[in-house]
Write a protein that binds this ligand. Structure first.
Ligand SMILES: Nc1ncnc2c1ncn2[C@@H]1O[C@H](COP(=O)(O)OP(=O)(O)OP(=O)(O)O)[C@@H](O)[C@H]1O
Ligand SMILES: [Mg+2]
Length: 283
């Protein structure tokens, strides 16, 4: 079952001369880990804003086509209602943290919904445990590191127990190690809890291996959509200038009659190392 489906979605910001996204028709299945990527300005953030109703409820402008999320037609349901189904985590965690303590921040969304105190306590503790920041619960968010702040932002979204979590370049202010840790947390949420994940990311070296589905956008349009191994090994992906994983490039260069690299194309250094070990056996 598709948990997110758009049909011929076209959106133009107020006063803009042309649409930011054009004729986007995609389906994301329940439980999937979907990756959205593409060059800067291609419309990734704009598409995410459609998933939780920021477009059209907060950003006016002109919207055509359909967006269905968790069985709801987004155009007809207010942002606060959509927020119980879709959690959005942005690039810059500072912009979403404001309370005096981590646990108050994580509780904020639930308090707004009028959730009973006991239930809030339970859910906040659960979200803090899952994201590995329980021991930071009494700290002030602004004095935490970027990686810790991003975990708080993820915990705040998780506390709402949404079916889908959408993360828009959540690690662009983190170093590769900090980024890796965040991606591991996200992957666990997907595998263990079955939460559908939509991750916008250009660092495919770090993330392609987690994805079941990849959508590549260019100039407001979806240009490639499908299974990651297939899509990332295609000539089109290389031509658009998407950051193909280094392991995938190395595989394409090495694969000859002499070097037999069988099976699926690798998307990470671990997968490439495994292939080389196999190839060595046959040389
Ligand atoms: N609030 C806004 N008002 C007007 N135009 C906007 C607004 N936000 C984005 N745009 C425009 O919409 C287009 C798509 O931008 P968007 O931010 O969705 O791209 P993106 O793929 O997320 O880029 P990046 O990789 O840099 O984050 C761009 O031309 C951008 O200038
Ligand atoms: Mg963006």
């Amino acid at each position: 079952m598709a948990i997110i489906e758009t049909r011929n979605l076209t959106y133009t910001y107020p006063g803009a001369a042309w649409p930011a996204i054009k004729d986007v028709s995609i389906k994301i299945e329940k439980g999937e880990f979907a990756l959205i990527t593409g060059p800067s300005g291609c419309g990734k953030t704009t598409l995410c804003r459609c998933f939780n109703g920021l477009i059209p409820h907060f950003y006016q402008g002109e919207l055509q086509g359909e967006i269905m999320v968790a069985g709801l037609r987004v155009q007809e349901h207010p942002i606060y209602e959509m927020a119980t189904h879709v959690g959005l985590v942005f690039q810059n965690p500072e912009n979403q943290l404001f309370a005096l303590s981590v646990e108050k921040d994580v509780a904020f969304g639930l308090e707004n919904l009028g959730t009973p105190r006991e239930e809030i306590r339970k859910r906040v503790d659960w979200a803090l445990e899952l994201t590995g920041i329980y021991e930071l619960r009494e700290r002030t968010p602004t004095e935490l590191s970027g990686g810790q702040q991003q975990r708080v932002a993820i915990a705040s979204v998780l506390a709402m127990q949404p079916e889908v979590i959408v993360l828009d370049e959540p690690t662009s202010f983190l170093d590769p190690l900090g980024a890796k840790k965040i991606f591991e947390v996200i992957y666990e949420l997907n595998r263990k809890l079955g939460i559908t994940v939509v991750l916008v990311e250009h660092r495919l070296d770090l993330t392609a291996k987690y994805a079941d589905h990849i959508i590549i956008m260019d100039d407001g349009k979806v240009v490639l959509d499908g299974e990651p191994h297939e899509i990332l090994n295609s000539d089109q992906a290389r031509l658009i200038g998407v950051g193909i994983p280094k392991a995938t490039r190395l595989y394409q260069i090495l694969r000859t009659d002499e070097v037999k690299l069988g099976g699926k194309v690798p998307l990470s250094s671990e997968e490439m190392a495994e292939k080389i070990r196999e190839a060595l056996k046959h040389l």
